[in-house]
Design a protein. Structure first.
Length: 166
């Protein structure tokens, strides 16, 4: 049985006990979180969030890519979020690779050159990366200046969240 088939079976159980159909489309806490996709991190649990509390936007590295910015803009302008958190974490896979090395490795492995994705956004300084993502979000002309945008590092060994000063 494939993993997808196992998950479909789990979904059947979920549906039998489902009670979240009345949640509002707007997040209760008026919060959007941009974070890494790392499977070790259960952001809802470490932040004490419940279903319906916040928008969770996740990608490799917790990077404010064009698509992440699109989601943050929709979150604020269409769904009334009023605060943004950006969370990176220790032991991130993008900390362990150089952009050009990854591209070369993939080109060799797959035997093909491609222009997409244009960037993997690898980085070598975790706190500097958090600051860069915060600044990228704050600088976007469609993110109002009054919206707080704060950056954090999550420690995968301890579960502690530490704010990065801008």
């Amino acid at each position: 049985m494939s993993v997808a088939d196992e998950l479909l079976r789990a979904n059947e159980e979920f549906v039998r006990n489902f009670n979240l159909g009345d949640l509002a489309v707007r997040p209760r806490r008026r919060l959007a979180v941009l974070a890494c996709m790392d499977s070790r991190i259960l952001f809802e649990r470490c932040l004490g969030l419940q279903p319906g509390d916040a928008h969770m936007i996740r990608n490799a590295g917790g990077i404010a890519t064009e698509d992440a910015l699109r989601s943050l803009i929709v979150s604020h302008h269409l769904l009334d979020t009023q605060e943004i958190m950006i969370i990176n974490h220790t032991d991130c896979g993008l900390l362990k690779v150089q952009e050009y090395e990854l591209r070369a490795r993939l080109t060799e492995k797959m035997g093909a050159v491609t222009s997409e994705p244009a960037h993997f956004y690898a980085f070598d300084d975790l706190e500097a990366n958090v600051r860069q993502q915060v600044q990228r979000v704050k600088a976007h002309p469609w993110i109002p200046k009054h919206i707080p945008v704060r950056g954090f590092v999550y420690d995968v060994k301890t579960g502690r969240l530490t704010e990065v000063e801008a």
